[in-house]
Design a protein around this ligand. Structure first.
Ligand code: HSE
Length: 406
């Protein structure tokens, strides 16, 4: 018998309990492990549930029960989740979390604490929801050098962009629909400004390159500036607009970034729609692999949490976590402004002759009903700094979006 506890009975916490109760017998039979849910920690009351007797408001009940060897942290936020997780690890209890903010901000420290106490800190659910992507990176693909990662890491923004592309909805209406469907939070800032995707690319980058990448070091642009006009230009030119979290090697540095991109329709990522996530990994042995599945939602996220709980319970006392070192500074992060990029630019109050004079060779784009003084084009490769200087002389720049290099 292995006893586990769940910290937090919100969407993912209640989903984890629901999935466990649904599949307990199957887990016992197939995995050979008799898991028991010992406690659920939450400050709220949940009367009338069939498992109401499991609730506690006191973390010490869990910390002081030596039979609890695994803890699922699904509270979200950094405090008090960090304090509870650290206390569990210091007691030698493995922790499995869906909390990307916690991993992106405190991952290196919590991994070290787990190592010191011969237990595990696992976080498959933090990135890509149900998609198993972190564990394959440090198990099945461990014999490779990973050179690049690019993915659609946020379901809410992908849903919004899909509705703009497929239904000609403007951003505000698509956001409202995402909120009505329960995908976006009431305050959707973390999703639409790219902070959620940023935390996920920090986790992927840290795991792939072995050094903690903190969110404040990542150039991060969200989708709130994307308009229906941009989507129309992209569509006619053979692209879909997607929010891409990416990291790649640039000499002896790495360049992590979150930004909307024009993704060619021939690239697999362009057909990842609605709340689905898709993640491309590139490595020097396996070449290219794409992971695809539900990146958000109650049971899909619970699936990844429960998978980690089962692994920890089965292999208690073995160190299974992927590991990375903390980083003292960001000297290993490349400056995005000095890297070469192609960009789509849309401007008003200018003309094609001026564009050509400033930018040289460009690809002009078209859309139906464009005003006569609007120009849209894709630049040749040049640095972000160069593009910004030229844009200042161009006229009224309405949008600039990176082109995805497939
Ligand atoms: N808000 C996140 C998303 C939830 O939409 O992808 C899953 O991390």
């Amino acid at each position: 018998m292995s006893k586990f506890a769940v910290l937090g009975h919100g969407v993912v916490g209640s989903g984890t309990v629901e999935l466990f109760n649904m599949n307990r017998e199957l887990i016992h039979k197939r995995q050979g492990i008799d898991l028991e849910l010992g406690y659920i920690l939450d400050i709220r009351d949940f009367p009338g549930l069939p498992y109401s007797d499991k609730f506690t408001k006191n973390i010490d009940d869990i910390l002081n029960d030596d039979e609890v060897t695994v803890v699922a942290e699904v509270m979200g936020g950094v405090h008090p989740a960090y304090d509870f997780v650290l206390a569990c690890l210091n007691k030698g209890k493995s922790v499995c979390t869906s909390n990307k903010e916690l991993v992106a901000k405190k991952g290196a420290e919590l991994l070290r604490a787990a190592k010191e106490h011969n237990c595990n800190f696992m976080f498959e659910a933090s990135t890509g929801g149900a998609i198993p992507v972190l564990r394959p990176m440090h198990t099945c693909l461990a014999g490779n050098e990973i050179t690049r990662i690019a993915g659609i890491l946020n379901g809410t923004t992908n849903f919004i962009l899909t509705r703009m592309i497929e239904d000609d909805m403007d951003f505000a209406d698509a956001l409202k629909l995402a909120q009505d469907n329960g995908y976006a939070e009431k305050d959707p800032t973390a999703d639409i400004e790219g902070h959620d995707a940023c935390r996920k690319i920090c986790i992927l980058s840290s795991l792939a390159f072995g050094r903690h990448v903190y969110p404040e070091w990542v150039h991060c642009v969200g989708i709130s500036g994307i308009t229906i006009e941009d989507v129309a230009y992209a569509d006619k030119a053979g692209y879909s607009v997607k929010l891409i979290g990416s990291v790649e090697c640039v000499g002896d540095k790495i360049l992590p970034m979150v930004a909307p991109r024009f993704v060619p329709k021939s690239c697999e990522l362009s057909s990842v729609s609605d709340v689905f996530n898709g993640i491309m990994l590139y490595g020097n042995g396996f070449d290219q692999i794409m992971f695809y599945g539900k990146g958000a939602g109650k049971l899909p996220t619970a699936s990844a949490v429960l998978g980690d709980v089962i692994d920890c319970a089965k292999k208690s006392g073995t160190d299974m976590s992927g590991f990375w070192e903390d980083s003292a500074d960001n000297s290993f992060i490349a400056d995005y402004k000095t890297q070469t990029v192609r960009k789509y630019i849309r401007a008003a109050g200018t003309d094609r002759a001026k564009v050509t004079t400033l930018f040289g060779d460009v690809r002009f784009l078209s859309r139906d009903s464009a005003p006569s003084d609007e120009v849209a084009f894709i630049t040749s490769p040049m640095t972000e700094t160069d593009i910004r200087e030229k844009c200042e002389k161009l006229g009224q720049v309405k949008s600039d979006i990176r082109i995805y290099n497939a």
